[in-house]
Structures are given as structure tokens and as C-alpha cells.
Design a protein around this ligand. Structure first.
Ligand code: DC
Length: 263
């Protein structure tokens, strides 16, 4: 996801990934123990790790690395809202028309291939990450009918041996029985700096002050909507990534997961 470039990755990450392979082996043997010949594990038994939090908190980067370390599937739920918004923009459809957004979502032809995202047979990985797309995604995410439309699609990502997912309502609404729920955040300044670094790397100029304003506005909208607002649910663990490197955060999440599995 976009924030991949926003953190400093140190060599320690390799060490962490090595340690994690132990966890991964345990997970694989655990899934085998559910019964030979049993092809499909009951979805409720498939472990899920949810990472919810505000924009630019690093959810996508961390969720992807944790999923790779554990050999789990990964769902970037924000990409779904972004894809509906992008499809609407491409068709010149009015994003204030809730019914049309639901219709677009219902017939959306998307695929996730490794780290690329495809819409109607075209690689839209960069387009979907554009600021404008995130802004429209946040607006249409307020429509409850659209959220209902995307619910089953998201739950279908829950497959053996496990799922790591990031978004705003993953722990509160989509996977309320998740094994581990994390509310990932960072200071406003640090989130704006990460977004700034990411934009600069793409050759896009932006002022930190403007970015703080934009993040604030988006978080305010995502947190104050009536349907599935961004919130730290009671059973979610708070993880503040301010001042932490990627490998430190990944390592903490994996330790938290190891603890959660023991419980
Ligand atoms: O995580 P992101 O920036 O890609 O998400 C884009 C927008 O989509 C975000 O501002 C709010 C919305 N969203 C949501 O409402 N629920 C989710 N689970 C994920 C994203």
C-alpha cells in the first residue's frame, strides 16, 4: 500500500521476519490439525487480525507485512471504497447519488494481484491511491447501503490460514470476532510528514500545513458519520506508532498476536 515508502525500514526487519517464520509454522500446523481432508475450515475458526485507524497511520504497510510474515491473506478495505469512487469518477457519475454508488459496487470488476489493483482489466494501482480518490472514497463511505453492499465481499476474504485486514470498521463491524483487534494511530504531525514524504517521492508538492488540514477533515468525516464510524472499539488494543520504525511496529503486532492466540 501507499505508505510502504513512508517509513524507514531497517535491516532488523529481516531478523523479525525470521522470528516470525516460527509463528507461521505454528499457524500452518494449527490449520492442518483441523482435520485431514477437511478442505474448507469453518470461517469462524479462521484467525483474523484487524488494524483500524485514521488516515496515514501506517495501517496498510503494517497489515501487509504482518500478513506476509504469517502467510495470511490481506484485505485493504479502503481500496474497495477507493475503487467505487474511481469507477464513478471514470464514468462521470455523481458521487452524491447513493443509489448509483451501490450499483457500481454491485457490478465492480476488480482484482487484487500481489500488490497491484485492477479495475475493469486495467492496472489502477497508482490512480486509486491519488488524494482525490481518497477524498471521494471518504465521502461515499458515508452511505450505509454501499457499506452493506461491500460487507459480504469483505467477509469472503476470510480464508484459511488467516486474514490480516485494515480499514476503519474492520474490528467493529466486519470482523467483530477477530482474534486480535488493533487501533493503529500516530500523531497528526507524523502522519502528515509520512504523507508528505510519499507525495514528494512521487514528485507531487504539498505543504505540511495543507496536509494536516486534509487529514483532519478526512478523519473528522470518517469518525463522525452515523454508519460504521472510525472508532477504537472496546476490545481493540491501541498501538501508537509515533516515533516507531516499521519493523518495531510489525514486531509488536506479531507479539500481540502470539499473546492473543494463547488467550
Ligand atoms: O484507508 P484508505 O485511506 O484507503 O480509505 C479511504 C477511505 O475509505 C477512508 O477515508 C474512509 C473509507 N473507508 C471506510 O469508510 N471504511 C473502511 N473499512 C475503509 C475505508
Amino acid at each position: 500500500m501507499v505508505l510502504d515508502e513512508c517509513f524507514q525500514v531497517s535491516g532488523d526487519l529481516c531478523k523479525i521476519i525470521n522470528n516470525i517464520s516460527i509463528l507461521r509454522e505454528q499457524t500452518e500446523s494449527q490449520s492442518l490439525s483441523f482435520g485431514r481432508g477437511q478442505q474448507i475450515m469453518d470461517k469462524q475458526n479462521v484467525p483474523v487480525i484487524t488494524l483500524d485507524g485514521p488516515s496515514a497511520s501506517g495501517k496498510g504497510t503494517i497489515a501487509r507485512l504482518v500478513s506476509q510474515a504469517l502467510g495470511f491473506h490481506y484485505l485493504d478495505s479502503g481500496a474497495l471504497y477507493r475503487l467505487v469512487a474511481l469507477a464513478a469518477m471514470k464514468r462521470n457519475t455523481d458521487v452524491s447519488d447513493e443509489h448509483s454508488m451501490v450499483d457500481i459496487a454491485r457490478h465492480l470488476n476488480v482484482s487484487f494481484r500481489d500488490s497491484s489493483i485492477w479495475l475493469e482489466g486495467k492496472d489502477v494501482s497508482d490512480e486509486v491511491r491519488a488524494e482525490a480518490c481518497g477524498e471521494y472514497a471518504s465521502r461515499i463511505a458515508q452511505y450505509s447501503a454501499l457499506r452493506v453492499e461491500l460487507l459480504g465481499y469483505q467477509r469472503d476474504f476470510r480464508k484459511s490460514p488467516g486474514l490480516v485486514t485494515d480499514g476503519r470498521d474492520m474490528g467493529s463491524v466486519i470482523f467483530p470476532d477477530a482474534t486480535l483487534k488493533i487501533y493503529l494511530t500516530a500523531s497528526e504531525e507524523e502522519r502528515a510528514l509520512r504523507r508528505h514524504k510519499q507525495l514528494m517521492e512521487k514528485g507531487i508538492n504539498a505543504s505540511i500545513a495543507d496536509l494536516i488540514q486534509a487529514l483532519r477533515a478526512r478523519d473528522e468525516r470518517d469518525s463522525s458519520r452515523s454508519t460504521s464510524p472510525l472508532q477504537q472499539c472496546e476490545d481493540a488494543c491501541l498501538l501508537d506508532t509515533t516515533g516507531l520504525s516499521i519493523d518495531q511496529v510489525v514486531s509488536r503486532v506479531l507479539n500481540m498476536y502470539a499473546e492473543a492466540r494463547k488467550a
